[in-house]
Design a protein around this ligand. Structure first.
Ligand code: IPE
Ligand code: IPE
Ligand code: MG
Length: 253
C-alpha cells in the first residue's frame, strides 16, 4: 500500500528542480512502439508527434528556454522511401495544424539542418514558420530536420573557407567562437541536457559540436510513451548532476 502511494508521487514536484536553459531530445523508438502493438511503423511516427506536443507544453510550463528535437537525420534517408516521404508529410502536417497554436503560445520556431534535397515547397513552408514566429519571445522550438552534426560542421567549414578565400577572414583569427557562429545553431546556446528515449545510448550524429559538455539522460520508454511524468523524472536526474566543465564542480573536490 505504502509503495503504491509512493509510486503516484509526481516527480519533480519537490524543491530544487534544475531547469535546463537548452534541452536536446533524440526522439527515438517510434518504430518499436508501433511494432510492439502490431501497428505499422508510420503509426509510431504519428504518435510521436503527439508526444512532441506534450513535450512542448511541458517545456513552456517549466520554463525551458530552448528545446531542440531530432526529427529526421541526414542518415534517415537510407530508410525505405515510403517511410521517408511519410515523415516529410508529417512535418508539413505538423506545421499546418500547430503553427497557429505555437504563435499563440509565444513559441519561436527554428528549423536546423541542411536545406539541400528538400523540395522548394517544404523550404517555403519552414521559412514561413520561422518568419511568422520570429518576433516571439517565449520557448524556442528548434526542429533538427535533415540534420547531421558532421554535415553541419562540414557546412560551417565550407562557409569559413569561402570567407578566407575572399580575403574577409584571417585564418589565424579562427577560434572556437568563429566555428560556433558558423553552425546552423549559431544563435542558440549549447544544450545543457540531452535526453534519448528507447534505451539506445548514442548520439547518432546529433549536435556533435554543441554537446561537448551536455549532460545525457537515457530513458527506456519509446518516444510515443514519453509524457510529462517522464519529463519530470529526467529533470530530477539532471538536477542531481554535478556539472564540472573541466573544473572542480560545486563540491570543489
Ligand atoms: C525515431 O524513431 C524517429 C526517426 C528516426 C525519424 P525510429 O523510427 O528510429 O524508431 P525505431 O528506433 O526504429 O524504433
Ligand atoms: C536518431 O535516431 C535520429 C532521430 C531520432 C531523428 P535513429 O533511429 O536514426 O538512430 P540509429 O540509427 O538508431 O543510430
Ligand atoms: Mg531509431
Amino acid at each position: 500500500m505504502a509503495s503504491e502511494t509512493a509510486a503516484k508521487v509526481i516527480p519533480g514536484s519537490g524543491p530544487g528542480l534544475r531547469i535546463p536553459v537548452h534541452l536536446g531530445v533524440i526522439m527515438d523508438g517510434n518504430g518499436r512502439w508501433a511494432k510492439a502493438r502490431g501497428k505499422m511503423r508510420t503509426e509510431g511516427h504519428v504518435q510521436g508527434v503527439n508526444a512532441l506536443r506534450t513535450l512542448v507544453q511541458s517545456c513552456i510550463t517549466h520554463g525551458v528556454g530552448y528545446v531542440t528535437v531530432f526529427s529526421f537525420s541526414s542518415e534517415n534517408w537510407t530508410r525505405p522511401p515510403e517511410e521517408v516521404s511519410f515523415i516529410f508529410n508529417l512535418l508539413r502536417r505538423f506545421v499546418a495544424s500547430d503553427l497557429q497554436r505555437l504563435i499563440r503560445n509565444n513559441v519561436k520556431v527554428r528549423i536546423i539542418g541542411s536545406r539541400q534535397g528538400l523540395e522548394p515547397s517544404l523550404i517555403r513552408l519552414i521559412d514561413d514558420a520561422e518568419a511568422k514566429t520570429a518576433g516571439n519571445t517565449g520557448l524556442v522550438l528548434c526542429v533538427a530536420f535533415n540534420y547531421g552534426g558532421r554535415a553541419e560542421i562540414a557546412d560551417a567549414m565550407r562557409t569559413l573557407a569561402h570567407e578566407v578565400a575572399a580575403g574577409r577572414l584571417d585564418p589565424m583569427s579562427i577560434c572556437e567562437a568563429t566555428i560556433t557562429r558558423s553552425l546552423y545553431s549559431a544563435d542558440i546556446p549549447d544544450p545543457d541536457l540531452i535526453i534519448r528515449t528507447s534505451g539506445e545510448q548514442r548520439l547518432s550524429n546529433f549536435l556533435l559540436w554543441q554537446s561537448a559538455y551536455s549532460e545525457f539522460v537515457f530513458v527506456p520508454e519509446n518516444w510515443p510513451d514519453f509524457d510529462e511524468e517522464s519529463f519530470l523524472r529526467v529533470l530530477e536526474t539532471y538536477s542531481l548532476r554535478d556539472r564540472r566543465f573541466g573544473g572542480l564542480g560545486s563540491s570543489g573536490t
